[in-house]
Design a protein around this ligand. Sequence first.
Ligand code: GLN
Length: 475
Amino acid sequence: MSKFYSSLSEIKSGLQSSEITVEGLVKNYLSQIEQNAHLNAFNEVFAQEALQHAQDLDNRLKQGKTGKLAGMVIAIKDNICYKDHKVSASSKILAGFQSIYSATIVERLLAEDAIIIGRCNCDEFAMGASNESSYYGPVKNYADETKVSGGSSGGSAVAVQANMCHAAIGTDTGGSVRQPAAFCGVIGLKPTYGRVSRHGLIAYASSFDQAGPITRSVEDAALLLEVMAGADDYDSTTAQKPVPAYAADLKKSTEKKKIAYLQESISSPGVDAEVKSNLIQAIDKLRAEGHTVKPIAFEYLDYLVPAYYILVTAEASSNLARFDGVHYGYRSPAATDLVTTYKKSRSEGFGKEVKRRIMLGTFVLSAGYYDAYYAKAQKVRRLIQEKTDMIFEEYDFILMPTAPEPAYSIGKQETDPVVSYLADIFTVQASLTGSPAISIPTGNNNNGLPLALQLLAKRFNEQELLNFSKYFMEL
Ligand code: GLN
C-alpha cells in the first residue's frame, strides 16, 4: 500500500523538501487504482492526462507559480461534467456521451491546480444509497469487499478510502456524500444549499443537489470547499455571500457548545446497537468536556423520508425528461419514429430504480394528485425547515448517526424499496432544510467496519461546523 497522506499540507511539505514529486504521487495513485481495479471505484481513469498535468505542475513548482491545490490529486463522481471527457451518471442512457463544457466546480478546482485522476462509479443518476443501481455494477468496500461502499457517491468514497487519490468530489442530494463517507471511514461534507454552484452537475433534484468534498482530514474539506464555493452566474441559486477563508481560518474549536441529539436515534429499534453505543460514547465525551448535550424530540421525524422522496422524485421526473434518445447518449437501435425513439431509448437506457422514480415523480406531479402529494410535501418541507431553524436558535449543532447501520452486504436486495429509502432517515433532514452537514469517522465496529457520526449546523455556518469537526475528530 502506498503512503497515506492525511492532508494536503503533508504533501506540500514533501514537495517543498523535494522528498516527493507530483508525478511520483500520481504514479502511486495509478498503481493503487490498478491493484484495486476489482473494487470497481472508477468508471474511467485519466492516467496519461494526469501524468502530464503532474509533470507540468512539477515544473511550475520549481518556479514557485502554483495554485492552492498543487499536489491535490482528486477523483470526481461520474455525474460532474468535465470538458472533453465522458460523463455517464453510471447510466446506459449516457453511454458514450462526452461533455462539451466543465462544471463550475471543475473549473475552479483546475484553476487552483488540482489534478483530476478519473471519474468515479456511482448509483445511476445518483439515485441510491449502496452504489448497486449503477449500470457498471456495485463498488466494493475496501474495509470488507463483501460490503457495499454506500452511495450514491460510492466510488468516490472508496477511491479515497483505498488511497487511489487524495480526495474526491461527490454530490449529495439526500446523503450521497455523507453516507458513503461514513461507510468508508472518511470525511464527507455537504455544504449549505446555494454555497456551491450546481452548474455542470447532472441534475437529480435541483432544490437539493450540492457537490461536496470527501477527504481524510477536515483541513482538506475546508480547502476544497473554499475553492469550490461562491456565487456563479451560471447558477442563480448560488448565494451572493462572500466565501470565508475556510482553510486559513480553520481553528480547532475551543468554546463550549450547545448540541442537540435526536432521542429516537438512541431509542429506535431500527438503529444498529453499535451505532447507538457509538453515539452514546460521543455524547458522554462531549458532556465530560463541558458541552451541553441534550436530547430533543423532532416531531416531524416520520415525515422526513416521505417528504424527501416525493419531492426528489418529482424533480427527477422533470430533470430526466431531457434524456430522450435524441439529445444525449443512447438511442435504441429498434427506434423507427419519434415516439418509439423516446419510448424504446428510455425503456432500454434507464435502469429499474431510475424508472421507478420517474414514474413515482410523474405520478405525484400529475393533475389529480399534485395537491395531495407534491404540494403537501412542499408544505411539510417548510414545517421541517421552520422546526429545524428553531432548534438552531437554541443549539449550535445537531448530532446524529450518519446512517442507521454500517456498510451492509452487497446483494442484500430489499424487495420493498421503501425499506431501503428509510435508511436515509438521518441524512435527508439537512437536505430538506439546506443545512450544511458533515459525516465524521469515529473508528470501527467489532467487525472492522467504519462507524461515523454526523453534525448539522445552521445554514452558511460551515466555518463553525468545520472548526468543531476538527475538535471532534481529535476527541
Ligand atoms: N439515497 C438517497 C436517494 O436515493 C440520496 C441520494 C443522493 O444524495 N444523491 O435519493
